[in-house]
Design a protein around this ligand. Structure first.
Ligand code: GLY
Length: 394
């Protein structure tokens, strides 16, 4: 394992204990359900756009990388309420996902885990949906076609093998749980092998020595050697995009869940402490971790929701004596409470997002200081993790 610096936690807020009560969680989940009920009538069996405009989603078809999150929210709502109205729409959407992968509609990218895990794997786990299982297995088959044996990674976007596209991104750590699940279901080791190789290549390259992260990383298509880290959605090539760091935290925790690989723990610890030390006064990060209070930059509430899920997942495996375990829990508690109190949207309009103040892509001006559907999904997942011992879709 490479030597990665594990910072000492020195964020004063995080050193002060804060608990989350069952009442706070239940009240927040009930607000989520209220909004989902309003949105059911608005989206019908269609989907929300990736990000909002003035905190309102438009309605779209199933052609984005983000469509699975809305279906995932319906499964979480079904899990919480057992009300068939969520299941009914979620199942219609699962049929739609099956059609999408069968007809290969907008699937030439690596985001098949984001698409098919919270929608179709969830359908299989929640209600034993065979069509969900079949669709998710087809998606896993598609995902492994992007594997580059030279360099041992899953190529994120673009035509395969072109030098300018020969790269992977930290977000992909959330795509590979689909592959672990596919091996569990089929007994075929190929999915797991590719997931393991991709994960190892990510750990070796995308995390810097100081435990900050690159968003994307280029490999040499002839030799497979590491070329360079670069950003697409972070502030700069040398900064740490907050959502990328959060994908890293949750991605490593999920990889540990599937592989129990010991070195995950140290990487997780380093990534999490780096993130926690850069939380501002209200405990919710700016969109890039270089920014501080007073810099007049946007927050990214979605990164906080993702990081909470990662921390709560890893808490299950760390022994009580593990250094910083309690501080990590405290950080999750503080982020959760801040999201509930300061970021949860209380407008309750048709198409409203759950969480305000996210950033989709600052450089392209997309979804800046707006809601986004993955932020909403992970906010709900985080609340459900506090509420009960949740069935994990990932
Ligand atoms: N995976 C794309 C994003 O986080 O914006």
């Amino acid at each position: 394992m490479r030597k990665i610096n594990v910072e000492t936690i020195k964020n004063d807020n995080i050193l002060k204990n804060k608990n989350v009560t069952k009442e706070q969680i239940e009240e927040a989940i009930n607000q989520v359900i209220t909004q989902i009920d309003i949105n059911l009538a608005y989206f019908k069996q269609d989907f929300p756009t990736p990000a909002t405009k003035d905190n309102i989603y438009m309605v779209m078809d199933n052609t984005e990388w983000t469509n699975g999150f809305y279906t995932g929210m319906l499964w979480l709502a079904y899990d919480y309420t057992k009300n068939d109205k969520y299941k009914k729409i979620a199942e219609l959407q699962v049929n739609n996902f099956y059609n999408r992968i069968q007809k290969q509609i907008e699937v030439e990218h690596h985001d098949l885990g984001f698409l098919y895990t919270p929608s179709c794997v969830a359908a299989y786990k929640e209600v034993g949906s065979e069509i969900g299982k079949e669709a998710a297995l087809l998606a896993a088959d598609k995902l492994i076609t992007r594997y580059q044996a030279v360099g041992k990674f899953i190529q994120a976007w673009g035509p395969l093998n072109e030098e300018s596209y020969y790269r992977f991104i930290i977000d992909c750590m959330l795509n590979i749980p689909l592959l672990y699940w596919a091996t569990e279901q089929t007994g075929k080791n190929i999915y797991k092998l590719i997931a393991d190789n991709h994960f190892n290549t990510s750990l070796e390259n995308v995390i810097r020595e100081d435990a900050s992260t690159y968003h994307t990383f280029y490999m040499n298509p002839k030799t497979g050697e590491a070329v360079k880290g670069a950003t697409r959605q972070g502030y700069s090539d040398s900064s740490s995009w907050a959502r990328g760091q959060a994908w890293g935290i949750y991605g490593v925790a999920l990889n540990y869940r599937h592989t129990k690989k010991a070195e995950c723990i140290e990487y997780y610890h380093a990534l999490t402490n780096y993130f926690i030390n850069r939380l501002p006064k209200d405990d919710v990060c700016y969109w890039d971790l270089i920014f501080k209070d007073g810099d007049k930059q946007y927050k990214d509430s979605s990164a906080a929701a993702i990081a909470i899920c990662g921390i709560l997942e890893m808490q299950k495996y760390l022994p009580e004596t593990y250094k910083d375990k309690k501080l990590h829990q405290n950080a999750a508690n503080r982020m959760m409470l801040s999201l509930i109190e300061n970021y949860m949207n209380k407008d309750f309009k048709k198409g409203s997002c759950l969480l305000k103040h996210g950033v989709y892509s600052w450089h392209s001006g997309k979804g800046c200081d707006e809601g986004n559907i993955w932020g909403d999904y992970f906010y709900f997942e985080a609340l459900m993790r506090y509420y009960k011992d949740l069935k994990i879709y990932w």
